[in-house]
Ligand binder design. Structure first.
Ligand code: HT7
Ligand code: ZN
Length: 874
């Protein structure tokens, strides 16, 4: 496949200023007529006689007419990539008629059928599967869309903008005409038609305009939209208050569909969502689901400005809209809930998803230099590391300077398709500063590693902190340059108070920072709030970590100190386990007092009533198996699993009294509410239950089974079921059977049941997954099902996926090959776990590479899967 390079960007030869589309919707054959008002681009010097190229894939072309004159087939060229003809002038109208087949569109890109409704997904390059068009984000047009469809099957007809006409047609059909006054790129086009229920509310904007808010769902789900609607209203308000940004139309629609390649899509005024991120009521959704709904609804809404009003010039600039919008949604959630807990979640996610990407074969910069398939670049690096880059700008400029930069960016570029450099320039110009070095974060891949040493001079009352940075080579980037980053530092006195709290700016390979007036030898709290997205390599003594766990005024670093201590302890025990022939208990005994002192420090956090319960729940969780695999080469999934399990058992036994008290004291008789305080209470209780069960005292497994039976909400039920899931206790089979029966017809909820079984640590897990593939509710055509059963196995069950005999890899490669013919985008996204072979021992590495070879040998492999598999094996 062809590689596309950022350096080759050229402006379009022709623009499209206005688009008129007429859809005659039928499941098997939909007819699409388009009228494109095309204008030559003066900057390219094009005009009459020059070639016009319109992208198009998987369509039947019926006719082409230019300025009303139908072209003979000899007057145009059409191939698998698009349509070419000579421009009849500098301004002209092209009329094109095509046919597509929504029911056969299993890729879920372009126009497709989900359940019985028609819907679209055009980002990044799906519009070219609907009609011929210059399908690139720097071609922005206004759209007028007419939808004709059967009135019984499709009473609801939606597109972007305002409804300007509707009525009945012959033959039981009807029509609607939508007009979007804002010029937009084709990737923001959307159409939905189906028999959907509607939940309605409204919002009055800061200038007093009333906006109708509608959420469309399958009939029967109307009672599951309240939280999404409430999240939307809070997002609209927050964007006005924090960014001064107001919604710009009188209508905002959301549609929830069951078949969707990703989480949601920000189409102008017609957001389309994976139903999983809309539907919630207490007995079907967990606190985590509520949190995700809130942040994704906000994310898509925020795109109305950061993405739609100001969009990307080309797809290399994807982080312009995604990094900024993730930062915006993270800050929204921090304001709605607990700021430190939100930061802990965001950093944990960055470490779990982005750091491995940055250290592996698929590493790429926030603004990539090349791609084969753009769908493969909707990555944790572009999204989450991109958000960290915006966060660093925010930290360096302060809230007021950041806001000045944002105001200038939107004033200067409203209605344009721009670049990451344009964004940084607005920040620089508004603040009179130079971000030349900071911008290296856009172009340099890899996670920097920082080390520091401290030196206290008691006579001079001076503390010197020496910091150095280094970034390891990544594919295509052997030499790295020093980055500019803010590092928030705290120096703590013996009483736990801050002697110094200051932000320093690291710009060189090595740098010294001097703090004067430090009255005693301090304990260092480094990179508070994770002010820079880096790995910090310095090992602080256990006692200092315990001190920070109990005293740091920065809640993030309190959590971080606990994670560091636990990681160090487990890594050392894993080495001992390997050396002693596989005895996890003996491996922990070999750690001397460390285990006891760690458990005592954790117990102190568990019982510290001055701390928020959600924070305490996070602080008592051990780093996960995937995270530990990242810390050690070769990773030994069995050793990691056994040592972590043994430490959890010791915590359960060591803190049993406190855990049992915490569990019982945090029971609630009040009706479920999804607010952060109640959710924190449930999370702390769930953490306590999981340690009590880990103690292997049978009565606690009974308690979990009892909790499953009596709970009145999904959060408590899932907490119980997740711990039962790894046991042989009869409560497990009972609970799973009950869950399956209750939610047999409820796709979104049943996905939890599939995923639970896929991540079980029981020995029969792979066999069970194979059986579940023939479950009546399972289908490879639904991405949520595939992610729940197959994806969860590879990403959430390292021990089974990496089974020594290669059975996990073999099963997985077969599924990727099968899925590639159905949905290449999803197949490619699921391929990454096989690319981690370099982290494992020789035997596992060769089995993983053999699985990748088999994937690559697939006849007619898609460009999507080919790109990921070939880069992963290199
Ligand atoms: N901008 C969207 C990204 C996207 C997408 C969404 C659904 C299906 C396919 C997609 N391809 C790209 C979602 C977002 O970041 O908000
Ligand atoms: Zn986004």
């Amino acid at each position: 496949p062809q590689v596309i390079h950022r350096k080759d960007y050229k402006e379009p030869d022709f623009f499209v200023e206005k688009v008129e589309l007429v859809f005659d919707l039928e499941r098997d054959v939909t007819n699409v007529k388009s009228r494109l008002f095309i204008a030559a681009n003066p900057a390219r010097g094009t005009g009459k006689g020059d070639e016009v190229f319109l992208h198009g894939e998987d369509m039947k072309l019926l006719s082409v007419a230019l300025d009303g004159v139908r072209l003979a087939s000899s007057d145009f060229d059409v191939d698998a990539e698009g349509l070419r003809f000579a421009a009849p002038g500098s301004n002209f109208i092209a009329e094109i008629e095509t046919q597509i087949s929504p029911a056969n569109n299993t890729r879920l890109e372009g126009l497709y059928v989900s359940q019985s409704a028609f819907c679209t997904q055009c980002e990044a390059e799906g519009f070219r599967r609907i009609t011929y068009f210059p399908d690139r984000p720097d071609v922005m047009a206004t759209y007028k869309v007419t939808i004709n469809a059967d009135k019984t099957n499709c009473p609801v007809l939606l597109s972007n903008g305002n409804l300007i006409d509707s009525g009945d047609l012959d033959g039981g059909r009807h029509f609607a005409v939508w007009e979007d006054p804002f010029p937009k790129p084709s990737y923001l086009f959307a159409l939905v038609a189906g028999d959907l229920a509607c939940v309605e509310d409204s919002f009055v904007t800061m200038s007093g305009r009333k906006v109708a808010l509608r959420i469309f769902v399958e009939h029967g789900n109307e009672d599951r939209c309240d939280y999404a609607m409430d999240s939307l209203i809070r997002s609209m308000k927050w964007d006005e208050e924090v960014y001064g940004l107001e919604y710009d139309l009188d209508l905002f629609n959301i549609v929830a569909v069951s078949d969707f390649n990703m989480g949601a899509m920000e189409n102008k005024s017609l957001n389309i969502f994976n139903a999983k991120y809309i539907l919630a009521k207490p007995d079907t959704a967990t606190d985590m689901d509520y949190e995700l709904i809130e942040s994704i609804v906000a994310h898509e809404y925020f795109h109305n400005w950061s993405g739609n009003r100001v969009t990307c010039r080309d797809w290399f600039q994807l982080s312009l809209k995604e990094g900024l919008t993730v930062f915006r949604d993270q800050e929204f959630s921090a304001d709605q809930r607990s700021r430190p807990v939100q930061r802990i979640k965001d950093v944990a996610q960055l470490r779990a998803r982005q750091f491995p990407e940055d250290g592996g074969p698929l590493a790429h910069p926030v603004r990539p230099d090349s791609y084969m398939e753009i769908n493969n670049f909707y990555t944790a690096t572009v999204y989450e590391k991109g958000a960290e880059l915006i966060r660093m700008m925010h930290t360096l400029l302060g809230p007021d300077g950041y806001r000045k930069g944002i105001d200038l960016y939107f004033d200067r570029h409203d209605g344009q398709a721009v670049t990451c450099d344009d964004f940084a320039k607005a920040m620089e110009d508004a603040n009179g500063i130079d971000f030349t070095q900071l911008k290296r974060w856009y172009s340099q891949a890899g996670t920097p590693e920082l080390t520091w040493t401290g030196n206290y001079d008691a006579d001079a009352k001076q503390f010197r902190l020496s910091v150095s940075q280094k970034t390891a080579p990544t594919p295509g980037q052997p030499d790295k340059q020093p980055l500019h980053m803010p590092i928030a530092i705290g120096l703590l006195g013996a009483d736990g108070s801050d002697l110094v709290a200051q932000m320093v700016e690291l710009t060189s390979d090595s740098q010294e920072f001097v703090f004067d007036g430090v009255s005693e030898k301090p304990v260092v709290s480094f990179n508070r709030g994770f002010s820079a997205p880096v790995n910090v390599m310095t090992d602080q003594p256990d006692e200092e970590l315990v001190f920070l766990m109990g005293n740091d005024s920065d809640a993030f670093n309190r959590w971080e100190a606990g994670q560091k201590y636990a990681t160090r302890l487990m890594l050392s025990a894993i080495t001992a386990y390997e050396e002693n022939g596989g005895d996890a208990d003996a491996a922990l005994d070999a750690q001397g007092d460390s285990v006891e002192s760690f458990i005592a420090a954790m117990g102190a956090t568990l019982m510290n009533d001055d701390l928020d319960k959600a924070f305490r729940a996070d602080a008592v969780m051990l780093p996960g198996e995937e995270f530990l695999s990242e810390q050690r080469k070769p990773a030994n999934p069995e050793a990691i699993h056994q040592v972590r399990k043994a430490l959890r058992k010791r915590i359960g036994l060591g803190l049993m009294g406190d855990l049992a008290n915490t569990y019982h004291q945090n029971a609630s008789n009040a009706a479920f509410t999804p607010d952060a305080t109640s959710a924190g209470q449930r999370a702390l209780r769930a953490a306590s239950l999981s340690y009590l069960v880990a103690s292997e005292k049978g009565e606690y497994a009974d308690l979990a089974a009892e909790q499953y039976r009596t709970a009145d909400n999904m959060t408590d039920q899932m907490a119980a079921l997740s711990v039962l899931n790894n046991l042989d206790h009869p409560g497990r089979a009972e609970a799973l059977a009950d869950f399956e029966e209750r939610f047999a017809k409820d796709g979104v909820v049943l996905d939890k049941w599939f995923a639970l079984q896929a991540v079980s640590s029981r020995d029969d897990t792979l066999a069970r997954i194979k059986d579940l593939m023939s479950h009546p509710a399972f289908t490879m055509r639904n991405p949520n099902k595939v992610r729940s059963l197959i994806g969860a196995f590879a990403m959430g069950n390292p021990r089974a996926f990496h089974a020594k005999d290669g059975s996990g890899y073999e099963f997985y490669a077969d599924r990727l090959i099968e899925l590639d013919d159905i949905n290449p985008q999803v197949a490619a996204r699921l391929c990454a776990p096989l690319g981690t072979w370099a982290k494992y021992d020789g035997e596992r590495a060769s089995l993983m590479k053999a699985a990748l070879e088999r994937v690559l040998a697939k006849p007619e492999i898609s460009r999507d899967l080919y790109e990921i598999a070939s880069k992963s094996i290199a």
